[in-house]
Design a protein around this ligand. Sequence first.
Ligand code: GLC
Length: 730
Amino acid sequence: MKTIKAIAIILAAVVLSAFSWKTPVYKDASQPVEKRVQDLLKRMTLQEKIMQMNQYIIGRNDNSNNRGKVVAKIPPEIGSLIYFYEDPETRNDIQKRAMEQTRLGIPVLLGFDVIHGYRTVFPVPLAQAASFNPGMTSKLNAIAASEAYSAGIDWTFAPMIDVCRDPRWGRIVECYGEDPYTNSVFCEAAVKGFQGKNLSDKGTIAACLKHFVCYGASEAGRDYVYTEVSDQTMWDTYLPPYEAGVKAGAQTVMSAFNNINGIPASANRHTLTDILKNGWGFDGLVVSDWDAIAQIKLNGMAQDAAECAELSVNAGVDLDMKDNAYAEHLEQLVKEGKVSIKRIDDAVARILRVKFRLGLFDDPYRENKPQEEVFMQQESLELSEKAAAESMVLLKNDSSVLPLRKGAHIALIGPLAEAKKDLLGSWRGKGRADETETLAAAMQREFDGRVTVVEGCSFKGEDRSGFAEALQAAQSADAVVLALGEKSGWSGENASRANIELPEIQQELLREVKKAGKPMVVVLFNGRPLVLTQDEPMADAILEAWFPGTRGAAAVAGTLSGRYNPSGKLPVTFPAHQGQIPIYYNKRLPARRGNQGYYFDVTVKPLYPFGHGLSYSNFESSPVTLSADKLSKGGKITASVTVKNTSAVDGAQTVLWFISDPSCRRVTRPEKELRHFEKKIIPAGASETFTFEIQPERDLSFPDSQGTRFIEAGKFIVSACGTQAEFTLE
Ligand code: GLC
């Protein structure tokens, strides 16, 4: 018996060693990722390494801002592609060529902009922030990842977490608002939604933190321009969401277009390597934004593409999106000693690491499922509607005009009454207008057909010919709903507006319809804060619907009827006047108070502040109380507030908790800083207690201008729901 056992053991050892001899480590799924990376790296030639550092596009490019030459014959050794197809068939062909027609069989990494949904489109990120429900964002992104994965995508270029305080900038629609903490919390939720528990699981895709960094500080709200950002502001405002994303395990980061204090973001070694890679230990890959490497020349820092490539790769950009600078120049730069092989190996190791973590080597192909089994599933659509409803912000509701009485006859007027594509917002992925319900259709269903629909006017222009019909419809109705706002293309990339009021023709329509003397509800579809000071007095109610996605119209109709009780809060300040910009809540204290430091001609107050949002319920809050009024650096105290729903309508309330440090010797702090928020449903007549456990290291420490966190003893203030309490850190 023993002999047989011994023989069996020897045989097993021989087979295993034969297996290991035949199968290289990098192809052995049982080996640790790092071993597979290093094993493959040492087998690669310089040219094979350089090809991994390039990304081309395949399919019809639907981003009108990004044109340029398309590489006709894509080499199978290419590292990555932006994949515009909606099914995995082409992907599978690409992977088959890469795995079988190349010397080492390295799969291709396929990316796409899955920003707020893939085929089922969800509310734009700015709207999701207004829900103050990051758990919802995780769920939405998990669905988006599943749809995109089935279509052949491995990697999304999201979340966009560029804090923005200038609503003229069109890309404010893509981020989670003006506050660093809100962007950080939603960033973590977004990454977890895309990447799931295990990146190699089917249905998960790699996330991408973008656009690194300070892109939201774009001068005068224009795109692709200079950004002047102090070190202190970089650490206080623009870096925190990225640090949160790296901690959440995001596998990729995208370097931005903007010029940071004179060093373009895609040539900025301090941000890309000192902070991101060496400081935070980020071990994934950095991809440049589209042509951002070549644009280093346009920014005025390089003579030619070779110099752009040298600056960018040495700064820390690992993968070149689209401009071919790495493919054309890196080999020569290495020969000239301007780029080290060490740096090349580091970049390629990062790219391979992401591919191994995604499981691409072991499972490179996608099942080509019927689209009706994958996209636009009923539960996805229901969640899209629920998310949109949670994102609505009720800005005004005089005399409780809303919700509209069932049975009322409604005149629905405005250029967005029958809009479809515009409700999807910018970066709508593969969302389709013909799969998007109009507000008119949703309201006919919600209000049993008692809706008269009149366009009244177009988005902009001088044509007033529809005004008479609009006024007549209003005169014949019990209430008027005006669907006003922006086209989806008026925000997003390369979509800045110097004038952020409603277009003049829409304001005139509002004034014209007002003559009917009926209750007036304005529903806004827009991708940025608007200056509504002229319009606000004419509206009895204003509902901010943002760009609410595939089922957004149903969410709006349901909110107007009371089926949904609005619970959104503004993640961005709505200025009262364009001249106030930049205007945001967490500003630093001025040297003078009272009537000094104000404008002669307009107020300094916003029309609607950060955190503003009404409900159909009525909430009353107790003053903030503390479990103690002093704590040590290792201790913690709990702040509490009790909120009572004194109405007869169940509703959800969000409590925003702010910290203030009124005298900080190291560096002054903003007037107040959001540090915690919580949303709860409070049934009619009931009360809920909200708490914030203050932990000094997390909540009372701040970065200095080098990013070193410090904590100072002294007086602090915690505030929520309009009241505050003081405590001392000893
Ligand atoms: C664009 C955008 C970026 C996007 C990329 C790929 O120019 O700046 O957000 O992910 O190109 O489409």
